[in-house]
Design a protein around this ligand. Structure first.
Ligand code: ATP
Ligand code: MG
Ligand code: MG
Length: 406
């Protein structure tokens, strides 16, 4: 090991080198969206420097980062150049140039989680093949290359049928539901055709969607955050309730599935495991994210260690922090763009103002330069004595019926 606190190329080759001065360690994050921004906020409290790579000059993380390299995280030369400036590389988005990360790892550069993990996860079909090989329960799935195969899948799985693109999917973009065989051809066109790489999933008749954030340290220790319920609106995460209101047996099962899924992947960091709870009490895995996740935003206010602090602890090689809740309950509400431009900003800012009237509410604004419909612009977290009480407070914030007007 080295005595110097400088991060130089000789140091980087030494994979097992202990972390010395925290302030000298630069964490390079591929992507500078809201997740990168909240990583920067957590980093500033721990004397960790975060550098982000993002093509947008005024991306959400830019103003808070130690440094921002403007460039594409999907471009080989750019990622290599970025890596030279960092002590350890991590991601806030999985759609990055993974071949370059693999090459950098071979050169001794530290990527957490490992490039192999990002390679598996960035292709949803590959991800499903991987997890099914590891005995993780999933909705049935099948690759499709032409209309004939798709029709056969429809006969096998029935309708509605979920058609997904393998890559570059997020916030439901990349998913189309076909309600009958007659809708298949249009659905495939909407997804950009078979050339994009498509597969189908059997419809999961879920009664709830659940999620677990799992953290793994550099020493391979694993800790799970409390199980949460996620509620989606048009395929986009909208509300998160923590803890999830499910029987003990389901909590245990969800935790076991999440733990097993993450144990099958390599590298340090936090991971999100999205799950379906079916009517007959089964837990099925939907997908995994190799990074902090929308379902874990509540942890900033509700847990002893937020998912962002935890991710940094993990990738830098510090001990993991306590993931348990320090408040009995939390609800997170996403501020999704309701309109384009100025009118959209007005609605969002109004909601923030109302949130500030609610006890236990904290607003997070991502400072995205452009307002678009359905875009994640910020979020509000409410913490308090029970999920039931927070639901009433959320309703009053949203000026919905069913709450006692004070
Ligand atoms: P994210 O923003 O979480 O990355 P994504 O674009 O990767 O979203 P998925 O997680 O694949 O999309 O799906 C989005 C939502 O669509 C799920 O949260 C769920 O509500 C619904 N969904 C996905 N797959 C299925 C399925 N097989 N059966 C029923 N509903 C599904
Ligand atoms: Mg996804
Ligand atoms: Mg998802």
């Amino acid at each position: 090991s080295h005595d110097s606190h400088e991060i130089d190329s000789s140091r980087r080759k030494d994979d097992d080198s202990p972390v010395h001065g925290l302030s000298e360690k630069i964490v390079g994050v591929l992507g500078g969206g809201q997740l990168g921004r909240m990583l920067c906020q957590a980093a500033s409290k721990m004397a960790i420097k975060v550098m982000v790579l993002d093509p947008s000059e005024n991306c959400p993380a830019s103003a808070l980062a130690y440094d921002h390299m403007v460039g594409s995280f999907d471009d080989s030369a750019t990622v290599e150049e970025f890596a030279k400036r960092c002590g350890v590389l991590t991601v806030e988005i999985e759609h990055v140039d993974v071949a370059t990360l693999e090459k950098l790892e071979q050169q001794g550069i530290n990527c957490e989680p490992k490039a192999s993990t990002i390679r598996i996860i960035q292709d949803k079909y590959l991800q499903k093949v991987h997890f099914s090989r590891h005995g993780i329960p999933l909705p049935e799935f099948m690759e499709i290359n032409n209309l004939e195969e798709t029709k056969r899948a429809g006969e096998l799985y029935g309708y509605p049928l979920m058609i997904k693109s393998k890559r570059s999917a997020y916030d439901g973009r990349g998913n189309v539901v076909a309600k009958s065989e007659g809708e298949l051809s249009l659905a495939i066109d909407v997804l950009g055709g078979f050339g994009r790489g498509l597969y189908v999933e059997k419809w999961a008749p879920f009664i709830k969607e659940l999620a677990v954030i799992v953290a793994r340290g550099r020493d391979n220790s694993i800790l799970c955050y409390p199980l949460v319920e996620t509620i989606h609106k048009e395929n986009i995460c909208h509300i998160v309730k923590a803890p999830a209101d499910v029987p003990w047996r389901i909590r245990k099962l969800a935790n076991d599935v999440a733990y097993k899924a993450i144990s099958s992947l390599e590298g340090a960091g936090v991971f999100a495991v999205e799950l379906f709870l079916t009517r007959d009490g089964q837990i099925l895995l939907n997908e995994v994210a190799p990074r902090p996740h929308n379902s874990g935003h509540h942890t900033i206010e509700s847990c002893y260690t937020s998912q962002f602090e935890q991710h940094l602890r993990a990738v830098v090689g510090l001990p993991l922090g306590d993931p348990s809740m320090k408040t009995p309950a939390a609800i997170m509400y996403n501020l999704l763009g309701e309109d384009e431009g100025e009118p959209g900003f007005r609605v969002a800012h109004q909601l923030i103002a109302r949130a500030l009237e609610i006890p236990g509410a904290t607003a997070h604004w991502y400072d995205k330069p452009e307002m678009r419909r359905q875009r994640k612009m910020g979020h509000i977290t409410l913490v308090g004595p029970s999920v039931g009480i927070l639901e009433v407070r959320l309703k009053s914030m949203l000026r919905e019926e069913g709450y006692e007007n004070p």
